[in-house]
Design a protein around this ligand. Structure first.
Ligand code: ZN
Length: 335
């Protein structure tokens, strides 16, 4: 069967690699990222010593958008990525969120532009945190946001702010039965009090003090990724929260959590979902992606692709949610 539109290509399961396939389908439905790779722009940005995984990602993206195949294999990309992250070459289920973060890191490291490139001449392997503001890549341009934690000493009321960069926002789920994404966001952004072991050192008081802390979004990314923390791990005790979380397909408003003068009209629409079915071990991942050409939703279950109605996009299996503030247009191949 030939699919009518490009970008609807299944991914072969290489043995418990549904976590990988689900994440790759989501990334390969992000129009600006697709266009960046299909147009070949990435080639000029590549660092020489760190380019195999990006090249493999680019080839995979092209195969998925050529429209020639019903299903392709992500094996080459997996092998190359596995050189740095050996867990992903195992035939065991891995966490989709961890895989997503590794892929984004890997692409960023190989595509970043900075005045002094560490990947030239120096040994690879030492992973640098990317706090340096001057390092930008297609990944930071699309997915990177910034939080500010306002920390107020409860003794002298001095407030300091601590900025923090994020590409995936991990949200605690405040209910066992049912709640909304907005409940999770309110929980994340509500003011918290730090006491006992969590006290902060106040430089005004010169001692440890209780403090109030509140996070705000100071820079909202174009594409914001929410990780719903369904896997609850406390020591050896692990469980999965099966909470039915209601999330909007459009008009997600982040302005209540942003500094008032930022992004006053930042309304986000859902563009992709990674689902996790089942329990901790032996579960199964699938993806729902909104196709940028047809504007319809599809379910990607390894090699199987099914068109689904909008109302089916909401399920209790949602694990990662991708929202965009700009409607995607169909990617163009070359310019
Ligand atoms: Zn103080």
């Amino acid at each position: 069967m030939n699919h009518l539109y490009q970008g609807l290509t299944g991914l072969q399961n290489l043995g418990n690699t549904c976590y990988m396939n689900a994440v790759l389908q989501c990334l390969c439905s992000m129009s600006p990222l697709v266009e960046y790779f299909l147009s070949g722009k990435y080639v000029t940005a590549l660092c020489k010593e760190n380019c195999e995984s990006v090249t493999a990602f680019g080839y995979l993206m092209s195969d998925m958008w050529l429209g020639e195949f019903d299903c392709v294999s992500p094996e080459v990309f997996r092998l190359v990525l596995g050189e740095r992250y050996p867990a992903f070459t195992k035939r065991t289920q891995q966490d989709a969120q961890e895989f997503l973060i590794c892929v984004l890191n890997e692409l960023h490291e190989a595509l970043k532009k900075s005045s002094s490139r560490r990947c030239q001449g120096s040994t690879t392997g030492a992973r640098e945190s990317r706090v340096t503001v001057s390092e930008t890549s297609i990944i930071t341009q699309l997915f990177e946001g910034q939080l500010s934690y306002d920390i107020t000493c409860l003794e002298c009321e001095t407030t300091t702010d601590k900025p923090e960069i994020f590409t995936v926002l991990s949200l605690l789920i405040p209910s066992e039965s049912a709640c909304s994404l907005q409940d999770c966001l309110r929980c994340f952004f509500q003011q918290d009090t730090l006491t006992w072991n969590n006290q902060i050192h106040c430089s005004w008081c010169g001692t440890k003090q209780d403090a109030a802390v509140k996070a705000n979004i100071t820079k909202a990314p174009k594409i914001i990724i929410f990780h719903l923390k369904r896997f609850d791990c406390q020591g050896n005790y692990k469980k999965k929260l099966l909470t039915d979380i209601c999330y909007p397909l459009s008009n997600l408003d982040l302005s209540p959590y942003s500094y008032p003068f930022f992004h006053r009209n930042a309304k986000y629409s859902l563009c992709a979902v990674v689902n996790h079915f089942g329990f901790l071990d032996g579960g199964h991942y699938t993806a729902f992606c909104k196709h940028s050409v047809t504007k319809s939703w599809y379910s990607f279950d390894d090699s199987q692709i099914t068109a689904i109605p909008n109302f089916s996009v909401q399920t209790a299996a949602a694990y990662l949610l991708f929202y965009t503030c700009q409607a995607f247009s169909a990617p163009t191949k070359s310019r």
